[in-house]
Design a protein around this ligand. Structure first.
Ligand code: DON
Length: 305
């Protein structure tokens, strides 16, 4: 940890004053109120050692990073049948694209683009009695953290402006790959995206993807080893949409981004690291977050490759 800590501090102070060419997401009106220069980093090792710097303790909207958690619960509940509903191929397209759904007959390319995550929400609705409460309880147990919550303002703001997601959900339903009511699926999807966490909380909740032997404080396994390996595989091939190749090329870790400016990255058997910096590049991924992680895995020589 000492080695990681010094390197994180060095990179953090190097990047803190670097001109950030990104832009804060504003297509969800409520997200535009974030303080644009926030910058936090946190690492948690599989021995549960923790180090954070900057705004590591401040909660932000995790947005698409939540797609890891919804996929995890759907995989647990549905098993391998899940892959009949959603594919595991990179899309090479923006996160909110409708393009491939037509040719793929309503089967999304992967669970991390919006279309795929919407199908995952549909799967969860078919399994859960009280979807929003049950999903949050699942997150709370993995993280051993009762403070986790949805941000109702963010969820409602996206509901009002989420025309593309509504189009995706209706389009998929026309192919028969949404089983529940479209409004219910979208409401659940927007709530899951609105969950807030700090970098510290995020690197703790995602530790089950780094640690083969992870059990929750109640003694439950989150996933089998093989399931965790598979989610890591989808993260490295699809976690950054049409920039997934670039992230693998420059950072070399399974990871997932969100338009709130967060990124979580996993080094299997070693650590989970999270960065938050709200200004995004043209692909909707945190500009400084990507830069930070590239420098981090280079200086620590700790990519998986
Ligand atoms: O559905 C949306 O557009 C947002 N709730 C989430 C998108 C997102 O975070 C993409 N990530 N970089």
């Amino acid at each position: 940890m000492e080695n990681y800590k010094t390197i994180i501090e060095d990179i953090y102070y190097d990047l803190k004053n670097v001109d950030d060419i990104g832009e804060v997401a504003n297509y969800i009106p409520e997200l535009a109120f974030v303080s644009p220069n926030s910058f936090g980093v946190n690492i948690t090792t599989i021995d549960k050692e923790n180090f954070g710097i900057g705004d590591f303790d401040q909660k932000f909207s995790i947005q698409s990073i939540s797609k890891i958690l919804s996929l995890t619960l759907a995989y647990k509940l549905e098993g391998e049948n899940l892959w009949n509903r959603v594919d595991v191929e990179p899309s090479g397209n923006p996160f909110n694209s409708l393009l491939q759904l037509e040719t793929n007959l309503g089967k999304p390319r992967n669970p991390f683009i919006n279309s795929g995550a919407i199908v995952i929400c549909d799967v969860l609705l078919s399994h859960l009695k009280n979807p929003k409460v049950d999903f949050l309880n699942f997150c709370k147990e993995i993280a051993n953290n009762t403070t986790l919550n949805y941000n109702e303002k963010v969820a409602q703001s996206e509901k009002k402006s989420g025309y593309r997601n509504a189009a995706l959900c209706n389009f998929i339903k026309s192919f028969g790959n949404i089983k529940n009511d479209v409004d219910e699926v979208l409401d659940f999807y927007f709530h899951i995206c609105s969950i807030e966490m700090s970098c510290k909380e995020l690197s703790q909740i995602a530790l089950y993807l780094a640690d083969d032997f992870y059990t929750t404080h109640k003694g439950n396994r989150v996933l089998t080893m093989s399931q965790a390996k598979r989610i890591n595989a989808i993260m490295i091939t699809c976690g950054f949409y049409d920039e997934s190749g670039e992230f693998a090329f420059k950072v070399g870790l399974p990871g997932k981004s969100g338009v709130g400016g967060g990124i979580v990255a996993i080094h299997p058997d070693k650590y989970c690291i999270t960065v938050w910096s709200p200004k995004l590049n043209q692909n909707g991924n945190s500009y400084k977050g990507m830069l930070f992680l590239e420098k981090f895995t280079s200086k620590t020589t700790s990519s998986i490759f």
